[in-house]
Design a binder for this molecule. Structure first.
Ligand SMILES: Cc1cc2nc3c(=O)[nH]c(=O)nc-3n(C[C@H](O)[C@H](O)[C@H](O)COP(=O)(O)OP(=O)(O)OC[C@H]3O[C@@H](n4cnc5c(N)ncnc54)[C@H](O)[C@@H]3O)c2cc1C
Length: 427
């Protein structure tokens, strides 16, 4: 029997699904495919939606990406730092306590050792407890709590711990003590080495993979009639489907469906995410900072993270410049004013990196990403399981970052879409 297969959303999970579901059609709200891995050309430079880099390990996957991108830069050792109250502290702070003043170093180390010596009575109930168990109170309060408020825009005690694997390293006492006394090589983190396209931004890795995939852009899902199996888009188009894979935000999908049980609607309304305001700045001075990217911990600075593009692909950017891609976050239920955040970001960068915010700045652009990170709030996974389970019962399989409301790297997003498609065709 011929099925009419549709996929909602043309990000990487939509791409992974489409490439394993021959004949399928992908419907995408924006005017371009790519979702979060899209790169925006502004003033002749490509900027990503947040600090994207490739640290995939699978050789076959890397081969596909490199064939798409052409020239690829390989950084064998990432240089990452933290800006903390006027000083640079190597990332992650717990492994480089020697960068702190002696009194704070002693305090941090003493508290980490004390925390590690205590055998916890039960698994941590939330992220704050996890942090205190791992790092003690000083680092939790002066680093992780302050950063969480800026980055996740959510109190640590309201966050789950299931997102930590692959992002935060559980503390290893020997390395911590080593890093408090002498320099420590940082080769453990998932992104200790990475790849990036020499031209065209992160999206260059994927652009060619979309060739041959039927993507209909400008099609924002507006209404879903479950009984008729029809979807109406905001542009007035309508489509009937037999099988559907959705990678669009779960809560938006639920809001678009005509008949949803109240409990599922309530679950969908509990899901939270951040928005990203990316401020992209070209400074007419070279080598302002040696890092590939850095985190900014100070609560009175809006910027959370800065990718220094000119330290990654210097040969393809204007000579004599430092090109900075900064990230500021807001929660989905917060409002913001873009122009004032842009001005503030330039001032903050000039203060941290030492340039004149008027005379030295050559260009300032911005990108607003309405959905940045899914926030791992407590109870989120159970709500997602109920929603996704109910949708599957209605013939809609969900996949990907917002389809499962859980952080995934780009390669995992693609694999999730592929897995959903293979499940549909019964492989
Ligand atoms: C700030 C940030 C930094 C990241 N950094 C890295 C990194 O360094 N390395 C890495 O490997 N990964 C990184 N990731 C993860 C990676 O980008 C994502 O996991 C991946 O791109 C998600 O793909 P997706 O298809 O699941 O979701 P998305 O990319 O969100 O795709 C969903 C698509 O659905 C569309 N859509 C939404 N609503 C509708 C609607 N109503 N109707 C139709 N279409 C709709 C969207 O426009 C979008 O194109 C990062 C993610 C973020 C947010």
């Amino acid at each position: 029997m011929k099925h009419s297969d549709i996929i909602l959303g043309a990000g990487l999970s939509g791409l992974g699904a489409a490439r394993h579901l021959p004949g399928s059609v992908v419907y995408e709200a924006k005017d371009h495919p790519g979702g979060h891995v899209y790169s925006h050309q502004q003033g002749g430079i490509h900027y990503d939606e947040g600090a994207h880099i490739c640290h995939a390990k699978d050789e076959a996957w890397k081969h596909e990406l490199f064939a798409s991108a052409g020239d690829v830069v390989h950084m064998t050792q990432s240089q990452v730092s933290n800006w903390w109250h006027g000083r640079w502290v190597t990332y992650p702070v717990q492994n480089h306590l020697r960068d702190l003043p002696a009194d704070l170093r002693i305090r941090a180390l003493t508290e980490i050792v004390a925390a590690q010596m205590k055998a916890p009575e039960r698994p941590p109930a939330h992220y704050e407890e996890w942090c205190r168990n791992q790092y003690g109170d000083f680092l939790t309060e002066r680093f992780y709590k302050e950063y969480t408020d800026k980055y996740w825009r959510t109190p640590m005690a309201e966050m789950d711990t299931d997102w930590l694997a692959g992002r935060l390293l559980p503390s290893q006492l020997e390395r911590i003590i080593h890093g408090a006394i002498a320099p420590l090589d940082e080769k453990q983190s998932v992104f200790s080495s990475f790849y990036y396209p020499a031209r065209g931004g992160f999206f260059s890795f994927f652009a060619k993979l979309y060739e041959g995939v039927d993507v209909r852009t400008g099609c924002r899902v507006a209404g879903v009639k479950l009984k008729d199996k029809t979807i109406t888009f905001a542009n007035g188009e309508k489509v009937r489907y037999d099988r559907c894979i959705s990678t669009i935000p779960l809560n938006d999908l639920i809001r678009a469906i005509d008949a949803v049980p109240d409990a599922i609607r309530r679950d969908a309304e509990t899901l939270r995410h951040t928005q990203l305001i990316g401020v992209n700045v070209v400074v007419g001075k070279p080598n302002l900072v040696p890092y590939h990217w850095f985190y900014v911990y100070d609560p009175d600075i809006e910027i959370s993270r800065v990718k220094v593009l000119s330290n990654i692909i210097p040969d393809t950017l204007p000579a004599g410049t430092t090109v900075l891609q900064t990230e500021i976050f807001r929660r989905d239920d917060e409002t913001f004013e873009v122009e004032s955040l842009k001005r503030k970001a330039v001032q903050e960068l000039s203060h941290m990196l030492g340039f004149d915010p008027d005379a030295d700045v050559q260009a300032v652009h911005h990108v607003v990403v309405s959905h940045a990170y899914t926030i791992p709030t407590l109870g989120r996974q159970a709500a997602v399981d109920r929603i996704a389970g109910w949708l599957e019962g209605q013939g809609i399989v969900t996949a990907g970052l917002y389809g499962r409301w859980k952080y995934v790297w780009s390669d995992q997003a693609y694999a999730a879409g592929k897995e959903a498609a293979l499940r549909l065709v019964g492989v």
